[in-house]
Design a protein around this ligand. Structure first.
Ligand SMILES: [Zn+2]
Length: 243
């Protein structure tokens, strides 16, 4: 059986020397490389190269954008670019997080960018590299503060990830400390009575009537005449404590 296979191979070799000759030459040129006559189609390389180029272009664009607004993050909020993209609405309007099932998660995600990996559907701040949370970026911070309570919106409302939410809280605190943002203090109406000393509880205490009239404090105090022997007993008992 083996002999017959060999003979068949020999016949094939004789019949197709023109095909096998270039292969042998290739093997001789590159003896160590494992030879595989099946080549991957060339267009896959082209696609990969194109994708790489596209990614590099995007990265370059992002880097350029970052470098443009890194010094002045607030300039982006006033630029035409921003107005075209968001108009006069806050940056988080219309953002909806993708989630499984009908009930939205009770917390936003921890972070949208891990290393150089960006998740699908990143949060309103992470999706735009030009938006930089900074304590001088007052227009941006104002979009995340409720006009009624003066408090930072809940992340489930704005969709901002926990990492950016932490940055926002820190930036707002810093901004208030620097005087860029106003404090919201609850208004309390006060009555004059609470602060006047004419009120009975806070006014000057009048002297006791007994002191003014010259009488004793208790009416029976003057009428008592204690027994002499009893007084002597008490004084000897509490001699150490009496002076
Ligand atoms: Zn995020």
């Amino acid at each position: 059986m083996a002999a017959s296979v060999q003979s068949v191979a020999k016949v094939l070799l004789r019949l197709t020397p023109s095909i096998l000759q270039p292969l042998r030459i290739y093997q001789r040129l590159r003896p160590r490389a494992s030879f595989s006559p099946v080549f991957p189609p060339s267009h896959t390389f082209c696609q990969a190269a194109a994708l790489q180029e596209e990614g590099a272009a995007q990265a370059a664009q992002a880097a350029e954008a970052l470098s443009r607004y890194r010094e002045k993050p607030w300039a982006y909020l006033e630029s035409e670019e921003f107005m075209e993209k968001y108009g006069s609405d806050p940056v988080w309007t219309g953002y909806r997080r993708n989630h499984k099932g009908g009930i939205p998660p009770q917390k936003t995600r921890k972070t949208c960018i891990r290393g150089d990996k960006i998740c699908g559907n990143p949060c309103p701040i992470c999706r735009d590299p030009n938006i930089i949370v900074h304590h001088q970026n007052v227009k941006l911070l104002e979009q995340f503060i409720s006009p009624y309570t003066g408090m930072l919106f809940d992340p489930t409302k704005t969709g901002v990830c926990m990492k950016q939410q932490k940055k926002l809280t820190e930036a707002i605190d810093a901004s208030r400390n620097h005087g860029f943002l106003s404090f919201q203090i609850p208004h309390v109406d006060f009555t004059k009575e609470n602060y006047s000393n004419s009120h009975d509880a806070v006014g000057l205490t009048p002297p006791p009537p007994s002191l003014t009239s010259g009488e004793s404090w208790y009416k029976w105090y003057d009428q008592i005449t204690p027994d002499e022997s009893e007084v002597a007993k008490v004084t000897t008992k509490y001699k150490a404590y009496l002076k």
